[in-house]
Design a protein around this ligand. Structure first.
Ligand code: PRP
Length: 262
């Protein structure tokens, strides 16, 4: 993790790129650049910003990745969710919205001034319904016995007897490794880029660690949730240097958002 930051370098006049030059120039003329996640958090993020009174881009269905707000006040970058903390840490964007799960996994040096009221989900361990061993009693450490999955009250509060060296497929290798290591379990972590539910189905892994929102994907693939590793929701992230250099603009945005979270 880095602890010092260069101020964002944005000099559209010297950018020779042809394909995106106009949108890049338009966005970089704004004093603030906001990174938003593409995908399932995109619409909720835009709606939330609009409710907070920020001007958002008019053409959000566009394939353009860099978009100016309708009133020209802010530039927006539509980024892969996992890249949002990276852009913000390095000052390529001043602010961003992404899931807390992604912030914890990527472990980037960013400020997190505000949890946002959408994108609620959890990062959970899951396994095949017909093979997962959920027993009380044996070989269980006391920390596991006390785990209650607060968003999964339908799950019995029973301990998991981990197999000695489970193979675990996940898009979250860092959090997964730590979860099992903290329990003294020598798990083999298999990192995938998506659809990790395929792991147990294809015999690639014994367990998965993945995002659960409604639980429908697990059910449809014959998997059951075993433990919650992390409760997640959307979070505002801010570049540390931008927060110092552009404090009045950024604080104005934070305060507008905070009103909606109280
Ligand atoms: C996420 C996650 C699960 C699914 C969970 O996948 O990885 O597959 O959503 O949602 P549910 O509990 O509501 O069914 P996403 O659609 O983001 O794509 P991915 O599998 O490529 O990560």
């Amino acid at each position: 993790m880095t602890t010092s930051f260069a101020a964002p370098v944005r000099n559209p006049a010297s950018d020779p790129e042809k394909s995106q030059s106009s949108s890049k120039q338009a966005a970089t003329e704004q004093s603030l650049l906001f990174a938003l996640p593409k995908g399932r958090l995109a619409q909720d993020s835009l709606s939330f910003l609009e409710k907070a009174g920020l001007s958002i881009p008019t053409d959000t269905a566009s394939r353009k990745l860099v978009l100016p707000a309708a009133d020209g006040s802010i530039g927006f970058v539509m980024a892969k969710p996992r890249d949002v903390p990276t852009y913000v840490e390095h000052g390529a964007a001043d602010l961003g919205i992404c899931g807390l799960d992604v912030v914890r996994e990527t472990d980037r040096a960013v400020y997190e001034p505000l949890l946002l009221p959408f994108g609620h989900c959890r990062l959970s361990v899951a396994g095949p319904a017909d093979r997962t061993t959920v027993q009380s009693g044996e070989n269980v450490d006391s920390a596991d016995l006390s785990v209650r999955t607060s968003l999964s009250s339908h799950l019995p509060e029973t301990p998991l007897r981990y197999m000695s060296q489970p193979r675990v497929a996940t898009e979250f290798p860092r959090l997964t490794r730590r979860f099992f290591a903290d329990r003294g379990v020598n798990a083999e972590i298999i990192t995938l880029g998506g659809s990790v539910e395929l792991g147990p189905i294809l015999g690639l892994s014994d367990l998965i660690v993945d995002v659960v929102q409604t639980g429908a994907t697990l059910r449809m693939n014959g998997l059951v949730e075993i433990r919650t590793i992390l409760e997640s929701q959307a979070v505002l992230v801010v570049n540390r240097t931008s927060y110092q250099l552009k404090s009045s603009e950024i604080n104005r945005i934070i305060e507008r958002m905070r009103i909606l979270t109280d």
